[in-house]
Write a protein that binds this ligand. Structure first.
Ligand code: SF4
Length: 306
């Protein structure tokens, strides 16, 4: 661990020698919280186009998207190897044979050495988990990232996630038991939550067999249901300054087990879609400020856990 917390680089170095880069792909998955299986309209903050880089286009095959991503990075780093990052929507949702074929296509692409699969905690059937487990037994890097967002069920209801914390804990436990690397995604600043709630989510996550976590600030995106609710005054979300959000991150780090690697603290949506917060900082600039605060305040990961 360096700089007060275990970062994603530390985690990757335990699995690979040399540089490894994720390439985001959109494999044309949908989401059970949009098509009516779990809910309609999706999570209130969700506008899926905000997290797709330009080279992702579902009309292109998985292999084509990976090859385009690889060409982009290989100019600068010819030795780089890649993780296929199934990012858009719910990447375990669909006919199992079809889903497995997409993963196999990714792993057959030259330079690809593993999978990172973003999904919902209520979307990991045992059959698919068994397949991922078999890949792991053959030595393939497979990390499943569950959108947990918060441990508070009242908040999950408020944002229409249509799953519970208990389902998150169950998915994490089953995935880790299957020998598959397990990560989560958490949002800081959901309606009705403060920094204490974010720290409490970290404390709950620390009791689970997790490998990685991504934290990011709630971004209020134009056209989302949450943005409309906030505009109409029906809901309020924290309007943290950069310094206040640094405090939130420090609380999260202090309450997170030092065995869990932290991949990120911020996310950046396209400027023309973002209502708030508008900090005017790139992710790396925020991280530099956070690192300074970690040093000056002597924070270490897990130091608030008993
Ligand atoms: S955030 Fe994820 S789970 Fe929620 S609606 Fe969007 S794609 Fe579906």
């Amino acid at each position: 661990m360096s700089g007060g917390y275990r970062d994603f680089g530390d985690f990757l170095r335990e699995h690979f020698t040399g540089k490894v880069q994720k390439i985001s792909i959109n494999a044309g998955f949908t989401c059970p919280n949009r098509d009516g299986t779990k809910g309609r309209g999706g999570c209130t903050y969700c506008n899926n186009v905000t997290f797709n880089p330009d080279y992702c286009n579902p009309v292109k095959s998985v292999a084509e998207q990976l090859e385009e991503g690889r060409r982009f990075f290989a100019r600068k780093y010819p030795e780089m190897r890649y993780l296929a990052y199934f990012q858009a929507y719910t990447n375990t949702y669909g006919d199992i044979d079809h889903v497995c074929r997409l993963y196999d296509e990714a792993l057959a692409t030259p330079g690809v050495v593993g999978l990172v699969i973003g999904t919902r905690p209520d979307c990991m059937p045992d059959g698919l988990l068994g397949y991922l487990s078999s890949l792991r037994r053959k030595g393939t890097f497979v990390l499943v990232e569950y959108g947990v967002e918060t441990w508070r069920n009242d908040t999950l209801r408020l944002i229409n996630r249509c799953h519970t914390w208990e389902e998150s804990a169950d998915a994490i436990t089953r995935t880790a038991a299957a020998g598959v690397l397990t990560g989560v995604h958490v949002i800081a600043g959901l309606p009705g939550e403060d920094g204490g709630d974010v720290a409490e989510t970290a404390r709950h996550l620390s009791q689970l067999p997790l490998d990685t976590v991504k934290l990011h600030q709630l971004q209020l995106i134009r056209g989302t249901r949450l943005a409309e609710q906030v505009e109409r005054g029906e809901l309020q979300v924290p309007r943290w300054t950069v310094d206040e959000y640094i405090d939130v991150c420090l609380g999260f780090i202090s309450h997170l087990s030092p065995t869990i690697a932290i991949e990120r603290f911020t996310s950046q949506s396209p400027d023309n879609m973002l209502i708030s917060p508008r900090w005017g900082l790139k992710n790396y600039q925020f991280t530099a400020l956070l690192h300074r605060a970690i040093v000056s305040r002597g924070v270490a990961q897990g130091d608030a856990l008993q």
